[in-house]
Structure formats: structure tokens, C-alpha cells
Design a protein around this ligand. Sequence first.
Ligand code: ADP
Ligand code: MG
Length: 251
Amino acid sequence: MPQISVERLTKHYGTLVALDNVSLDIGSGEIFGLLGPNGAGKSTLLKTLVGILRPTSGTIRIDEIDIVVEPEKAKRMIGYLPENPSLYTGLTTLEFLQFVGKIRGVDDELLEREISESLKSFGLEEKRNSLLGSLSKGMKQKVALIATSLHNPEVLVLDEPLTALDPKTRVSVKDWIGARTKRGVTTILSTHDLDVAQSHAGRIAIIDHGKIVAVGDIESLRKMARAESDARLEDVFLRLTAEKGEDPILK
Ligand code: ADP
Ligand code: MG
């Protein structure tokens, strides 16, 4: 049974069809990549998945719980990193994380331990009492990531977690996700960066104009695109998202 099941999901903004009949199954413990150009519908899909947006039609179930029918129950299982997380710049790192943990109902002792371990694993201990407004972009992103995970969610939904991060920070974020995968956490991450998808995700769904164009690991995506066995995801992606009429597969 998949942990996350998206069935025939459609989302309209007025007359704009942002998601068009999207179906996906994601298994427990997967790192699942959502890859597509700007405006493809990635953020809309993730916001609908975590219950921030209501679907126009279709269903989303997490461990069999329908996010529209039982949002509170489903949301407890999810940690969500928005595309542009807003941090309270006037709070210190510690104050912010304690605040988020309390809202999430995390037990005080557990919370202190989780905060200390997470700051340590990200090398942020010396920023514990610094104002968030004084942190670099990469540091802020790490704090935002820690905040998604304080209540120990089974599912992480991360919207472009690696965008605009330097290579070293990317590696530490990748390690952080990897450590959670080892504990059995399921991660969905969106990206418009092919290298990120190729190096961070097991299976990848390619999304374009609100539709899922292809789903699979890099090997099966290559096969779908009838690309060479050593083709980079970039070539596969271009083939799969080519406009009709200029389809390189048909040429
Ligand atoms: P992505 O995350 O892949 O860049 P989005 O999900 O943000 O794509 O956007 C998909 C489409 O929906 C785009 O055409 C975007 O302009 C539109 N869109 C996104 N949010 C809204 C909104 N709140 N109101 C109207 N249109 C929106
Ligand atoms: Mg987006």
C-alpha cells in the first residue's frame, strides 16, 4: 500500500488549470523528486498535498487518511518546507525553534533534545542565540528545515529545498534528508534543477503544464524517452517535455 496516494488531482486558479488530473503513488521511505520548469505546478501540488490548498477535484491520502476529510490528523504526519519560508527575523534561532515546537505540541524535553541534535548536525550550535535576521541564506534554510521536523513527521514535503544554496550547504541538506530516510521518513522534494533531481531522488516525476509527463527512476525515464543508457537527465527531460510537432522522438 503506498504511503501517499494522489488520485486524479485537479486544481484550478480561476480559469487557469494548474494541476490537470495528476495521479501518483509514493511508497514509505522513498525520496521522491518532483521535477519541472517554473510554473509547471510543483508548488501547487505540494501545497495541495499538505492541505494548504483545497483540490478542485481528486483525492489525496496519507496513510489512508484523506487530507480534506481529516486535515488535522493528516497534517500531524507531515513536515512542510514552503518555497520561501518566512522566519521571524526578530527571534533567535533557539526562540524560533522552541516556538514552532510548542505550536506543534512537542514535549519540552524531546524538543530541547531534537533542537540540540539538529543544530549540532548542521554545525549551527554557535548560532543558537543569534537573531534569525543575522543568519546567511543557507543557515536560514537549515533552521527552516529543522523546524519542519521537530514533531518527528513521517512525511517531509520540501519545496525547492536546495535552490540558491552553495554546494557545501547542499551536501549538508542532502545528508540531513538521508539521515531521515534511514529512520524511514518519506520525502517529497521539488526542484527545477535536473542535477538536484538526479543526485537526490530515487524516483522522479516530471511535471509540465500541470500534467505528470513521466514517473520513474532515472533508468526507466531514459527508457521512456528512448534515450541512450548513459543519457543525462537533461536530455531525457527535454525529450519528455518536447512540444508536440517538434518531438525529437518522432523525428
Ligand atoms: P511551480 O512551483 O512549478 O513553479 P506553481 O505551482 O507555483 O508552479 O504555479 C503553477 C501555475 O499556477 C503557474 O501558472 C502560476 O502562475 C499559477 N499560480 C500559482 N499560484 C497561483 C495563485 N495563488 N493564483 C493564481 N495562479 C497561481
Ligand atoms: Mg514553485
